[in-house]
Design a binder for this molecule. Sequence first.
Ligand SMILES: [Zn+2]
Length: 429
Amino acid sequence: MKKTYEILKDLPEIKKAAQILKQDEEHTFEQLKELVLIPAFSRHEEVRAKRYREMMEAEGFEVTEDEVHNVYTVIKGSGGGPVLYVTGHLDTVFPLDTPLEVVEKEPGKFYCPGIGDDTSALAQNLALMRAFRDSGIKLKGDLIIGGNVGEEGLGDLYGVRNFFGKEENLKLVDGFISVDGQGPSVTYGGTGSYRYKVSFSNQGGHSNGDFGMPNPIHAMGRAIAKIADVKTPNPPWTTFAVGVVDGGTSVNSIAHDCEFLLDIRSNGKAELDAANEEIMKCITDAVAEENARWKRDEEYYAHDSGNKKNPVPRADRVVELKIEKMGDRPVGNQSLDDPIVKAALTLYEVCGEKAVTNANGSTDANIPISLGIPGLAVGRSGKGAGSHSRAEWFSPEGMAEGEAELFLMICGLLGVDGVTEPLLPVREK
Ligand SMILES: [Zn+2]
């Protein structure tokens, strides 16, 4: 693999691509600054996808846009090689009403929510398309390249899930790269997760007058206390958190409803499912206990100021539980010896970069990896920090050089006609 990249590094077409990317840097950054001003909260990426598509078409690329607004073009190789899908995510974590303005607060540091994660990857993928078109390089395998929807939080990877949910794509693709994360980095495994909204409700009542009625907030408290005591294994790293609690109306009410958001993660499939099962039991036990605590009519009516004239029917007193699954990201594991992982790390080594490696992450690559398709998330180039915060910034310093490395990585994986064989194997399908 090292040899492949050393040969390719000196290839005139690859050097030309690096030049093109450098000359193109300002244009690429202008496109980034335009795209980042289009709000693209997860599951609301349509407008940004449309503009991204227009940008691709303006450069002469034929674009496919699927029903969820993934957009991509196909750069055909000479044939007989693998098919690689390279994509950046169109969505951001910022709700549609988030103020968006690119401000150069310090020289070279441009602040705007979403500017790095992952809008810079969209612009960089456009730059790569132009470099593949204009450098004269002849790939052996086919490159699918573009932007996808639904990577962040509540997007739950639905863009890439939709892409691989199609039989023809599942059969077609041999490898996947999500351009995401900052700087030279390789994430090669997928942490699995389940996310839930858990709601507790009954008809509610007066804290005093209806005392003796099961209390949804008390049921929720019991559940959280039980969850807090769950023991999870390590390895594989397995975690849980109640991230948000909400509910209640006033200090002197039995709330009619309340809810919490729950996140459970693991790097192991069996462990994820075991933690999930135990935590679900915590919740159902908690509700049963709260209902059992107040089930006796004697106790309900015994209270001096109990609402004896107008008792709440038992059916309306019982705390009802509703568990909605909001996220399901599959676990996927690959080893450092898998060709796609090794090829990416070798590329960085040949380029003299110290790449950060993550055995597990929660990225678009979770989906292909879990389906047996080699996949990675590799970092965007340029500098930046503060992703998922309003203090997010990006600097185009080193952007073109990073793009050139990614260009080289793709050439290695897909092979260059008459020069090197693809490092990415064609899958048996
Ligand atoms: Zn991202």
